[in-house]
Design a protein. Structure first.
Length: 114
């Protein structure tokens, strides 16, 4: 399976608002992005649909988008709610897609624990 890796600058995330700003800017969410986890899930569910306009850095259909999370321990310590939400919502995106019969689209590359 082809994968595209995008590094998320988690060192820029200090709170919930910055979480959404970083993802919006890094992945190119649309201007009407709702800046909450439900909106994040909606955008990421379309990560392999370039025509949807939900994510500027979309991968091709059937490919995997890997979000590289550098220095995850520091991010987790600084923003535990956002760290957990990222993991849970990434899992939900894939769950929802698998339930629809279209397969997983997201993975996380969590660095810094080893």
């Amino acid at each position: 399976m082809q994968t595209t890796v995008i590094t998320i600058p988690t060192s820029d995330i200090a709170d919930r608002d910055m979480f959404h700003t970083v993802f919006e800017e890094t992945l190119g969410f649309p201007g009407y992005y709702g800046r909450n986890m439900n909106a994040w899930i909606d955008c990421m569910t379309c990560a392999d649909d370039p025509d949807s306009g939900m994510i500027a850095s979309a991968v091709n259909n059937g490919e995997l988008l890997t979000l590289r999370i550098p220095d995850a321990p520091a991010f987790r310590k600084r923003c535990p709610e956002q760290y957990e939400a990222l993991i849970e919502c990434k899992a939900f995106v894939n769950y929802r897609r698998v339930e629809e019969g279209i397969g997983a689209v997201l993975s996380l590359l969590i660095e810094g624990y080893f």
